[in-house]
Design a protein around this ligand. Structure first.
Ligand code: PGA
Length: 250
């Protein structure tokens, strides 16, 4: 089973947090397939978190990477540095990066290439705004995002896509599970038909996933897992969601 449940801790965390989270997670997780679980802490804490997770092979990744390998780019972190720390994946093109840091599909494409060149699995985030959703433009917007982001990155050796409607992130609102399922089906079709050389491992859903809605989401055929923000900060809740996913995938 590939990476199917990813915690996005965003701008949260500390060494103390890492210890507490791990304690709560291991106390409550009842599976043994750690490698299907990923955590993306702030990059500064990757090393510490890996030490805290010790011999459990939970995957650790970054929330972002730079579009260049090296250079005069103060404050940036490259894919090769993330790989050097032992990471397995990087989130790329999260809507907060698109909106707050003005990341374009062109920049996202460069980042996907950097991830691929450094053997990191890219978790490409796509999603429509509330306005685009209300105007029934969801499919069109997602297709554009996929085609532009993968345009020059059409030979990625691995790829995971996370469908995250912007209006669902941190809002407590989600589309209904059947709607998400259809969107995921469309995403798989677009990648397969337009980019046949890309091995799309899975399509995750992100946006207000929690313990209450997890089982409704995971019972959908095309929802392969989740990218979780808020609810992933609680090691216990994240472990319980991982248990739900494990039970529904057997
Ligand atoms: P959320 O965030 O689970 O807090 O809605 C998801 C994300 O931004 O990846």
């Amino acid at each position: 089973m590939s990476l199917s449940l990813i915690a996005n801790w965003k701008l949260n965390g500390s060494k103390e947090f890492n210890h507490h989270w791990a304690l709560e997670f291991f106390r409550n997780f009842n599976g043994n397939n750690y490698s299907s679980i990923g955590i993306a802490p702030a990059s500064l804490y990757i090393d510490h978190l890996k030490a805290v997770l010790a011999d459990h092979d939970i995957m650790v990744g970054s929330q972002n990477i730079d579009m260049e390998q090296t250079g005069a780019r103060t404050g940036e972190i490259s894919a090769s540095m993330i790989k050097d720390l032992g990471c397995a994946f990087s989130i790329v093109g999260h809507s907060e990066r698109r909106i707050l840091f003005h990341e374009t599909n062109h920049m996202i494409c460069q980042k996907l290439i950097q991830a691929n060149n450094n053997s990191l699995i890219p978790i490409l985030c796509i999603g429509e705004s509330a306005d685009e959703n209300q105007r029934n433009n969801t499919y069109k917007v997602l297709e554009e995002q996929i085609i532009e982001a993968l345009g020059n990155a059409n030979e990625l050796s691995s790829l995971i896509i996370a469908y995250e409607p912007v209006w669902a992130i941190g809002s407590g609102k989600t589309p209904n599970p059947e709607e998400i399922n259809s969107v995921h089906e469309m995403i798989k079709d677009v990648v397969q038909s337009r980019f046949p050389k890309i091995d799309l491992e899975s399509v995750l859903y992100g946006g207000s996933v929690n313990l209450k809605n997890a089982s409704y989401l995971f019972e959908q055929k095309n929802i392969d897992g989740a990218l979780i923000g808020g609810a992933s900060l609680d090691g216990r809740e994240f472990a319980l969601i991982a248990n739900v996913l494990k039970e529904q995938s057997v």
